[in-house]
Write a protein of this length. Structure first.
Length: 373
C-alpha cells in the first residue's frame, strides 16, 4: 500500500444534500462501485427512459461482437412509429416512417432525443422484435450484475414486470462508461436535428456543469422525473441516480448537489497495483524458497477525505505453502479496514510459478516442516 499521509480525521465534511423528493437515490463511486450514500437503493422502481441506457448497452455489445455495424440501415417500422413516434405522448426522434437511417444516427436519436420510436426500431433491427430484444436486455443485465431488474421493452414506457433499482441502474451506468465509451459519448450531445426537427438533450446538467458527460433522463406519470447522471473531475468519476423526482428542474438540482457532495467529501485511492509485490512467503519443497504475492487487478477504495492514513491492511495467507505453485494461483487475500470494517479486499496471487524440487530437497524440507510444527 502506498505510503500513508498523516491522518486527518477532522477533515470537514459537508452535510449530505438529501433530495427534496425521490423514491430512491444514490451516489456511486465509478472506480470501486461503492455506494457512497443513498436511500431505497434496492427498492423496485420504474426506470422510465433510463431503460434506453440498457438498450444502448445491448446495441454496443452486439456491435462489439460483430453482429451489427454502425452503418447498418435501420428501418423506422410502422410499429415503431405508431408506438413511439411523434403522434404519441412520449419522446420521439423524428425519423420518417418506413424509411431507413444509419444505425449510429438512430442511436443518437434514442440517446439525445430519448426517442421511443428509435428504441423500438433499433430493437427490431437487432433481434427481429422488441420482445426478443428484451430477452437480450435481461441477459446482458445479468452479466453486468443487475440482480433486481427485469425489462420487457426497449424504451421504458410503463409495463407490468418492467422494473429496476437505483443500485442496478448505477451499475448499468458504470458498465456503459467502462465497456463502451464511444457509444456512451452520444449521451453528452446537447442537441440533435432529425428530419428538420431540432430537439435538445433533456439532461439539464450538460449545460450547468462541464464535468457532467451523461447519462440519461426519464419520465412518465408512474415513474416521476428520473435522472442517471455522471461526472468526472480529475481522475475521479461519480454516478448519481435519482428516481421519482417532482420536476425536471428538481431532479437536476438534486442530482448536481449529490455529485458536488460526493466529489467534496470522498476520494478514491489505488492501494495496490498488478505487477508490484505485496508480500513474499516461504515455500517448502520447491526449487525456489520464496514466492512473491501480488494482486491481479488494481485494488481501489473510495473513502471520506482525510481518512487515508487510518486504513489498516492485513493479509490472510496459509501457514505453510508447499510447491508446486502455478503462476497466478490464489494464495491468500489482502484486506483493508477502516474503523474495524473491511472496505476493500482482493485475492493475493503468485507472481511466478514455483516448481517442485528434487527428491532430496523435498525430503529435507519435510523434516524441517515436521520440526517447526
Amino acid at each position: 500500500m502506498p505510503r500513508r499521509p498523516p491522518s486527518r480525521s477532522a477533515w470537514p465534511s459537508p452535510r449530505l444534500p438529501r433530495p427534496s423528493q425521490a423514491t430512491a437515490w444514490l451516489v456511486m463511486d465509478y472506480a470501486t462501485g461503492q455506494v457512497l450514500a443513498g436511500e431505497n437503493v434496492d427498492e423496485r422502481v420504474e426506470p422510465a427512459s433510463i431503460t434506453k441506457v440498457m438498450t444502448s448497452y445491448v446495441i454496443a455489445a452486439e456491435m462489439a461482437a460483430g453482429r451489427i455495424k454502425p452503418d447498418d440501415r435501420v428501418l423506422m417500422s410502422e410499429r415503431a412509429w405508431r408506438e413511439g413516434g411523434a403522434r404519441t405522448d412520449g419522446s420521439f426522434s423524428g425519423f420518417p416512417v418506413n424509411e431507413y437511417a444509419p444505425l449510429s444516427e438512430m442511436e443518437k436519436g434514442m440517446a439525445v432525443q430519448s426517442g421511443n420510436d428509435a428504441a423500438i426500431a433499433l430493437a427490431e433491427h437487432v433481434a427481429g422484435t422488441q420482445e426478443a430484444f428484451a430477452d437480450l436486455m435481461n441477459s446482458y443485465a445479468a452479466k453486468i450484475g443487475m440482480k433486481n431488474s427485469h425489462f420487457v421493452n426497449a424504451h421504458g414506457l410503463s409495463a407490468p414486470e418492467h422494473y429496476s433499482t437505483a443500485r442496478d441502474l448505477a451499475l448499468l451506468g458504470r458498465a456503459f462508461v467502462r465497456d463502451y465509451p464511444e457509444q456512451y459519448a452520444y449521451n453528452k450531445i446537447k442537441e440533435l436535428t432529425v428530419n428538420g426537427i431540432t430537439q435538445p438533450n433533456r439532461n439539464l446538467l450538460l449545460w450547468r456543469d462541464s464535468s457532467v458527460d451523461g447519462i440519461k433522463t426519464g419520465h412518465h406519470s408512474k415513474a416521476g422525473y428520473c435522472l442517471m447522471s455522471s461526472a468526472q473531475r480529475g481522475d475521479q468519476r461519480l454516478i448519481a441516480v435519482l428516481m421519482g423526482g417532482a420536476s425536471e428542474r428538481q431532479r437536476a438540482d438534486d442530482s448536481l448537489a449529490l455529485l458536488n457532495w460526493g466529489f467534496r467529501s470522498h476520494e478514491t485511492h489505488r492501494l495496490y497495483e498488478p505487477g508490484k509485490p505485496v508480500a513474499s512467503l516461504k515455500v517448502w519443497k520447491g526449487k525456489a524458497d520464496q514466492v512473491q504475492l501480488g494482486v491481479s487487478r488494481p485494488l481501489l477504495v473510495s473513502m471520506a477525505r482525510g481518512r487515508y492514513g487510518d486504513l489498516k491492511p492485513a493479509m490472510e495467507v496459509p501457514r505453510s505453502l508447499v510447491a508446486p505453485i502455478a503462476a497466478g494461483q490464489q494464495i491468500g487475500t489482502v484486506k483493508v479496514s477502516l474503523d474495524g470494517q473491511v472496505v476493500a479486499e482482493a485475492p493475493l496471487v503468485a507472481a511466478a510459478a514455483v516448481e517442485e524440487a528434487g527428491f532430496f530437497k523435498r525430503l529435507w524440507d519435510a523434516f524441517w516442516m515436521w520440526w517447526e510444527s
